[in-house]
Design a binder for this molecule. Sequence first.
Ligand SMILES: [Zn+2]
Length: 463
Amino acid sequence: MRITLCGAAGEVTGSCYLVETESSRISVDFGLFQGRSHAPEQNAKPLPIAEADLDAIVLTHAHLDHAGRVPLAVQRGFRGPVHATAATHELLEILLADSAHIQEMDAKHRSKRLVQGGGKPVRPLYTHADVEATLPLRVSHRFGEDVEVTDDITARFHRAGHILGSASVELVVREGGATRSVVFSGDIGPKGIPLLRDAEPPESADLVFLESTYGSREHRNLDETIEEFEEILTRTYREKRKVLVPSFAVGRTQQLFYHLAEAFRHHVVPRFPVFLDSPLAIRATEIYRNNTHLFDDEARALFAAGQFREQLSNLRLCPTADDSRALNDVEGPCMIIAGAGMCNGGRIVHHLRHNLPDPNTTVLLVGFQAAGTRGARLATGKDTVRIFGDDIPVAAEVVTLGGFSAHAGRSGLVNWYGALAASNPRLVLTHGEQDSRRALAHRLKNRFGVEAELPGIYDVVEL
Ligand SMILES: [Zn+2]
């Protein structure tokens, strides 16, 4: 069998593995490249084989950097099944619709500029119509179920503890009289992640593709982070502050609700108004609420006892643009959670523009801020940020909380591999910047004596 890395090789986006056997061709993940300037070209580049010739796509989870190019495959003629867990498919529907909207808007704005300059308009990478054509191809599965993907490939989903429905994918391939297993870790969550059950890696494999996002570092301790979070809540209440939280719609927002509910339940601070100003996050939260069977025991018990409903009775949803605008007049103490997570778009930008000059505002950064984003500018303490053509002075306090990650830190990745190490698999590190991959490879070699491979994009791993 041949496995070609068509993304996430030495970077953290564009996850896509083309798996070819004697008689079948499938893709594990089909994610968008994001963030870098050459991402549009990378996204438009076809696979080494025609997408129409793929027998199936298997997804680890719904995040766009793992699943965001599936509508493009459909646009190019793919008509096979898209296998994933049921919760992944539910989240996929809202994330792909949002992505199509962004692609369409983006193309419209770029075309306008190009046409003004005498050039030709550009087409969006894909549209709502492509997403509509994708959704009926979804085939949902439970964790642990054997999925006959093709005549010679069976897939199994193992919990990855990263976001709702997230999985590591194990492929069992029967070829030339031999049976071999290949494991794709997907994104692995940290041990003790709120709401979700921890990752349950498979016990053996012949070949493992392991993510290395945080291969070079550990996260801030979760207990310390919760303490810091609670201090911010206390001060918000006491000083009647307005807290703005740029947050990712799927995963991070729901984790934040968990910590908020726990703080209110333990009377750390009296309940004050919390606004969720993101249609996407509102829908994602609904999907989390409809899938409490995937929660860990503690969260399930709290949910069954009505604790989240009671403790978050102060939560107000803001689905419309008018709801969002009305928040300009809201006084502290309050918290406004809005996307996008790195402040590069979405409703948070309007709140920043309105509130950054006010020293009674706190901007709470709870997620990764990539270099070059407004979020990174805020995190590094710049005096101004540019919003809609104006330089907005930053008088607000900016706080970064480092410990609310949905990704395992270095030791989490090492422990995940440790569950498989006895079977002595061949190991390939992907989905991490080059420094992270190298650091993790070094650590795994010291611990298990394994020599990890660090292939580049379009390199082929043969087994
Ligand atoms: Zn992810």
